[in-house]
Design a binder for this molecule. Structure first.
Ligand SMILES: [Zn+2]
Length: 134
């Protein structure tokens, strides 16, 4: 068992975390106005409509910004330092932004880099991460 935290699914996020366990990254698209939202939420942040369809993204994205973590927030992450936490804009057909680790040497990561999603298993839950695209 890892000392790192794992998500606790809620009524609104359970379906998302189930999809992650199938190595699928899905976002919610409002069936009224078309706004895509991530993280999963009960209502559209644009129009408050509650119905949505699930859209699977292809896992590709572009680093919009990033930081290098040198001081771990908890002991569980100390062995990983220094590590990269990035804001990644996903794919060409969406403007969803995702924050996650980029599993690479911090010196190798730049704004504008192409990344692809990869998965880390932690206590039975698949968690999304990124790696530099080849
Ligand atoms: Zn909406």
């Amino acid at each position: 068992m890892s000392d790192k935290p794992v998500p606790t699914p809620s009524e609104d996020t359970a379906r998302f975390w189930e999809a992650c366990n199938e190595d699928r990254f899905v976002v919610q698209r409002c069936t009224d106005c078309g706004t895509e939202r991530f993280y999963p939420a009960a209502a559209c942040p644009n129009c408050w409509h509650t119905d949505f369809e699930e859209v699977e993204l292809d896992g590709t994205g572009t680093v919009e910004s990033f930081t290098v973590v040198h001081r771990a927030p908890t002991e569980a992450f100390e062995a990983d330092t220094p590590y990269v936490v990035a804001l990644v804009t996903m794919g060409a057909e969406t403007d969803v932004t995702v924050m996650a680790n980029v599993l690479a040497d911090p010196g190798d990561v730049s704004v504008g880099d192409s990344v692809t999603m990869t998965w880390e298993e932690r206590d039975g839950q698949q968690l999304y991460q990124f790696e530099l695209a080849e």
